[in-house]
Design a protein around this ligand. Structure first.
Ligand SMILES: [Zn+2]
Ligand SMILES: [Zn+2]
Length: 284
């Protein structure tokens, strides 16, 4: 009886050795739900010991490519992993209505000839196509998925000009886990994170980025979460453990990680903090 999260990717759109694209795997007993599907998510799921065919659902936060670029790989690999005689249910993909849901619905279109060829050659009885479950991005937390005592709520966060963008709040019988997706520091995110045992949140070190690491730091800073302000949000929300991911810039040394930690403490957060590496895992 325990709830765990595993970071399947702590990276960003920019290539960084050792850091896959954004993603979080949540497991409660036999139920596993993946949040976002970035570069190399499928490989990381396998490294985390997750059977792709038993994933209960995938939930997407928004349609930026770094959160979706691994989707075709996940769907095709899951299909190929299933025994050909096994009837594989389509993977439910929860996604806010809009460009993201349109992309999920057509992501395998370019692969249909390949799928037909494999099906004829090997005799697959199922299809890799997902079961798209679009929902209108809600202003306040609303349930979008329920299974085996676990519920998933979505709520809009602030990542303009990317609309819609949502965060997720998962409640199991023993824990509450919140996943921010990409967002600025905002009241919507603070409300969603209220009282969470674990908050997995994107992190942007404004002071480091202003040193010239990005070509246009202003535009990037405008829709991400400054780490000092994030320390304040996590403290006000009463979060048990704060997990920093989607790390901009990527920490490469222990000193870099300590700088993230110092920002969070400067913002006032007194709870546990993890500056995530891929495959880091926490059990409540
Ligand atoms: Zn984004
Ligand atoms: Zn992103």
């Amino acid at each position: 009886m325990s709830t765990s999260i595993t970071i399947t990717g702590s990276g960003t759109p920019l290539m960084e050795p050792g850091r896959a694209g954004p993603g979080v795997l949540l497991r409660y007993q036999g139920t596993a739900i993946q949040f976002d599907c970035g570069r190399a998510t499928t490989l990381r799921l396998t490294e985390a010991g997750q059977d792709l065919t038993t994933l209960a659902a995938l939930a997407i936060t928004h349609h930026h490519s770094d959160h979706l670029v691994g989707l075709a790989d996940l769907l095709m690999s899951r299909w190929l992993e299933a025994d050909r005689s096994e009837l594989l249910d389509p993977l439910p993909v929860l996604v806010p209505d809009g460009p993201g849901s349109r992309l999920v619905g057509t992501v395998l279109d370019p692969w249909q000839e390949e799928i037909a060829m494999r099906t004829a050659h090997v005799g697959y009885t199922s299809s890799p196509d997902p079961a798209v479950r679009p929902f209108p991005a809600p202003a306040t937390p609303s349930v979008v998925f329920r299974l085996d005592g676990l519920s998933v709520e979505a709520a809009s966060v602030r990542h303009e000009p990317v609309i819609p963008a949502v965060g997720y709040r998962v409640t199991t019988p023993d824990a509450t886990v919140v996943i921010s997706g990409d967002t600025t520091i905002c009241q919507e995110m603070e409300d969603l994170a209220s009282g969470a045992d674990i908050l997995v949140h994107e992190a942007f070190r404004t002071s480091a980025v202003w040193g010239g690491l990005l070509s246009d730091p202003k535009a990037i800073a405008a829709y991400h979460s400054d780490t000092v302000q994030l320390g304040g949000l996590a403290q006000r929300a009463g979060v048990g453990t704060l997990v920093l991911t989607h790390l901009i810039p990527s920490p490469r040394t222990e000193a870099d990680k300590e700088a993230y930690m110092a920002d969070i403490r400067a913002g006032g957060y007194k709870g546990k903090v993890l500056v995530a590496d891929d495959l880091d895992s926490i059990t409540v």
